[in-house]
Write a protein that binds this ligand. Structure first.
Ligand SMILES: Nc1ncnc2c1ncn2[C@@H]1O[C@H](COP(=O)(O)OP(=O)(O)OP(=O)(O)O)[C@@H](O)[C@H]1O
Length: 205
């Protein structure tokens, strides 16, 4: 396995706008683990992903380890984590080709194969603003293909995707698992991912 990192959440309570929105979450993910965070709208799935990425403030512990050795969380969050939000963090004014070129340059990779795998090669000259919802979603997965990282935090990765798009994402997740990577997914819909564990998320009382 390429990655040997584990992730440990202990009694994590996430705060948004100064109030706790989800509380007491504990979770251990070993290399190759896929964890589905499930719960209704507003239950706090996104908030947990954001806490792990340190994009939301929280109480409790989020620890990354190799074996028993704690790893530097700032390094892991910056260089070993991909966080893909539903908004995708894409610049609407850039074309698909420009977006891919920019992402690929950061990782020192060639984007052509990635665009083909995401079935975006024929949309390469369109601006992000001109893409369909599903095409935009596909483009947001580009960085998963370009730079291998130990931890993927995927927020509703299947929303807006057609059957083929879902199959691409499932294949990416399977590949990440085979490398020993960890995937945390926020999902409100029923998606079957073989071997995945489920953590039910409930809003703080
Ligand atoms: N930026 C924010 N500022 C204040 N409160 C927020 C913010 N973002 C989310 N919240 C609140 O945090 C709670 C949990 O939201 P969160 O987005 O984590 O839920 P979710 O389970 O991902 O929901 P969904 O399925 O609708 O995406 C909600 O009550 C929401 O109103």
């Amino acid at each position: 396995m390429a990655f040997e990192m584990s992730l440990h959440l202990t009694d994590v309570t996430v705060e948004r706008a100064g109030r706790p929105v989800v509380g007491g979450v504990s979770l251990t993910a070993a290399p190759g683990d896929i964890v589905l965070l499930r719960g209704g709208n507003g239950s706090g799935k996104t908030s947990i992903l954001r806490a792990v990425a340190e994009l939301a403030s929280y109480e409790g512990q989020v620890v990354f380890k190799r074996g028993v050795q704690p790893l530097d969380p700032a390094f892991i969050r910056s260089f070993e984590t991909h966080y893909v939000s539903p908004e995708g963090g894409l610049n609407p004014r850039l074309t698909v080709r420009e977006t891919a070129g920019f992402e690929a340059a950061m990782e020192g990779r060639d984007p052509a194969e990635a665009l083909e795998m995401l079935a975006l090669d024929r949309a390469a000259e369109l601006r992000v603003a001109e893409l369909s919802t599903g095409q935009r979603r596909r483009l947001s997965f580009l960085r998963l293909l370009l730079g291998p990282r130990a931890l993927w935090l995927l927020d509703e990765p299947f929303s807006g995707l057609d059957t083929e798009g879902r199959a691409v994402v499932l294949a990416l997740i399977e590949n990440q698992r085979e490398r020993g990577g960890i995937v945390l997914l926020a999902l409100h819909e029923e998606v079957i991912i073989s071997g995945a564990r489920t953590l039910r998320v409930e809003a703080a009382a």
